[in-house]
Write a protein that binds this ligand. Structure first.
Ligand code: 5GP
Length: 177
């Protein structure tokens, strides 16, 4: 199994490109079915979700909109847990079918803090699509509606996820050794 180095840490392959792409297609198929005849607005949370959001969006056959926002909460290998800010949310969410797109839900704090802000705008529906879910790390009860992979509580990089700025360009997902 190829081992790579990002900064000072070693990582081994955890999810191959093929495995990820296959699962993203399955999630898109589920969304295509669930939102048939609707026009959901995807809100992708930067930076980590950009690759997942792009691949998921390409597999949609329904009409859909997408926008990208930024929340700040994570430094290094530990979640700081505080959502500092959200930038870029210009759309009016009233009566919209909203799907949040996340790279990973870890403790759940980021979305736990952020979802009420969206709820105030009274979307018609609000669901969460996350590529990765560390369900055993849950501190804030939060049940994502579409989950690519439930993964153990170990740090991962690749496919949009970084370790101190590096590793986002990797096509696979790697787990720290
Ligand atoms: P939560 O608020 O759910 O604890 O953390 C969510 C955020 O923490 C994610 O959007 C992501 O930025 C970061 N995060 C959590 N676990 C990992 C991980 O294993 N790898 C990377 N690169 N980021 C992570």
């Amino acid at each position: 199994m190829p081992v790579i180095k990002v900064h000072d840490k070693s990582f081994e392959t955890y999810l191959s490109e093929e495995t990820i792409q296959q699962r993203v297609k399955e999630l898109a198929d589920a969304i295509n079915a669930d939102y048939a005849g609707k026009r959901p607005l995807f809100i992708a949370i930067l930076n980590g979700s950009f690759m997942f959001a792009a691949d998921l969006f390409k597999c949609l056959t329904i009409e859909a909109e997408i926008c990208f926002i930024k929340l700040a909460s994570y430094k290094g290998m530990k979640s700081s847990g505080n959502v500092v800010t959200s930038i870029g949310l210009e759309d009016d969410l009233f009566d919209k079918e909203v799907i949040i797109v996340e790279d990973i839900v870890d403790t759940g704090k980021t979305l736990h803090n952020f979802l009420p802000k969206l709820g105030h705008q009274q979307p018609r529906s609000l669901r969460i699509a996350t590529l990765l879910h560390k369900s055993e790390a849950t501190v804030y009860p939060l049940k994502p509606d579409y989950v690519g992979f439930d993964i153990p509580n170990k740090f991962v990089v690749g496919y949009g996820l970084d370790y101190n700025g590096l590793g986002r360009n990797l096509k696979e997902i790697y787990q720290v050794i």
